[in-house]
Design a protein around this ligand. Structure first.
Ligand code: ZN
Length: 311
């Protein structure tokens, strides 16, 4: 466990895929420690957390999950069992967590959806397989204490951070933002459109970045990478990044209809492994749908699937 300013502790846990690590944070509060995120539920997750928590003076009072992605929610049930502490999770985030990880049906939903967006069947199989790799390592806590934005968590305030995940929540206290994957540096958080996600995740993300700027945090603790000393500057840089990607998306469209899969090659190149292509297609779609809703692109839906043209 690393000690950060303000008595905050950081636990770095391994990930089998890039970026190779995820951070959990242990926040001091008025009433015990709050563990923020839990890492992937790898087979040794319990041993690892036991060793980490051994060095902590005092008990864990609660576990807070920023969002339902495997590297954040994966070991939530393990840490809960280990500490006897309740898990707190955004209500919308938990709904999506259950939908995606609660059963086997999600793979079929995803396969159908990738197919409609032009992904060839053999590639779809690979994309789905990549997602399913994580499934055994996701042990989320059933029926957590539901949270909404603005709730108080032992002196920390929850702040909505949709975009990377619709229901993502952060914690803010005295300018310190436990940011989940809302702000990352130098990685840019993925902002993808997925089945059953809100209709315009990019608009949500842009609004959330603007709201972050208005909050003027002085330090952000991200799920990946080092603490961000200038969160406001980083939020501005991420806004620029998406503005540029939007204009590249618009430029990739023409009079001939293109699928999101085809456009993902124009935006992200053709040299991507299946796991990365999966996010590239979802990210391309969030930009395409944003353009459509802004009147900057056309969208046609037929039995064969969905295609986009320039406006
Ligand atoms: Zn993450």
């Amino acid at each position: 466990m690393d000690e950060l300013a303000g008595g905050i502790r950081r636990v770095t846990l391994p990930l089998p895929q890039r970026p190779g690590h995820v951070h959990a944070y242990v926040l001091p509060g008025d009433d015990g420690w709050t563990v923020v995120d839990t890492g992937l539920g790898l087979p040794d997750a319990r041993e690892r957390w036991t060793a980490e928590l051994d060095g902590l003076p005092g008990a864990v009072a609660r576990i807070f999950v920023t969002h339902f992605h495997p590297d954040h929610v994966g070991a939530a049930a393990d840490v809960a069992a280990l500490t006897d502490a309740p898990v707190l999770q955004g209500a919308l985030d938990y709904e999506q967590c259950r939908l995606v990880w609660g059963g086997e049906e999600w793979s079929a939903v995803l396969a159908e959806w990738f197919g409609r967006h032009g992904v060839p069947a053999d590639v779809t199989d690979e994309l789905i397989g990549q997602g399913a790799l994580y499934r055994p390592f996701i042990r989320f806590q059933h029926d957590p204490v539901p949270l909404e934005a603005g709730d108080d968590v032992d002196g920390w305030r929850t702040v909505a951070a949709p975009g990377h995940a619709d229901g993502q929540l952060m914690l803010l206290r005295d300018g310190v933002l436990a940011a989940g994957d809302h702000l990352l540096d130098p990685i840019t958080p993925t902002v993808g459109l997925w089945p059953e996600s809100r209709p315009d995740p990019l608009a949500d993300y842009v609004a959330a970045l603007e709201a972050t700027i208005a909050l003027e945090p002085t330090l952000a603790l991200p799920g990946h990478g080092e603490p961000i000393e200038d969160p406001v500057g980083r939020a501005y840089a991420l806004l620029d990044h998406h503005r540029e990607r939007l204009s590249r998306t618009a430029a990739a469209l023409g009079d001939d209809p293109s699928t999101a899969y085809a456009v993902s090659f124009a935006l992200f190149g053709d040299d991507l492994k299946p796991a990365a292509r999966r996010f590239a297609v979802a990210e391309t779609l969030s930009h395409l749908e944003h353009l459509v809703l802004q009147g900057g692109a056309g969208r046609r839906e037929s039995d064969g699937g969905v295609t986009y043209t320039s406006a």
